[in-house]
Design a protein around this ligand. Structure first.
Ligand SMILES: [Zn+2]
Length: 55
């Protein structure tokens, strides 16, 4: 696993998922973001809880 620059999906998350950003390339949720919706930066969102555990 490795930390990567922050990225997020340009699409709103569907409840109960929250809008978050990711910073780890081992996060399955982050990896599920389709490339066309993947954006650089945090988007002003909180860090994904999976990524927080992967640190
Ligand atoms: Zn994540």
């Amino acid at each position: 696993m490795a930390k990567v620059p922050p990225f997020h999906s340009s699409q709103p998350a569907r409840p109960p998922k929250r809008d978050v950003y990711h910073d780890n390339n081992s996060c399955t949720e982050g990896n599920n973001i389709e490339s066309q919706y993947r954006r650089n930066g945090t988007g002003g969102r909180p860090l994904c809880e999976h990524c927080a555990k992967l640190k």
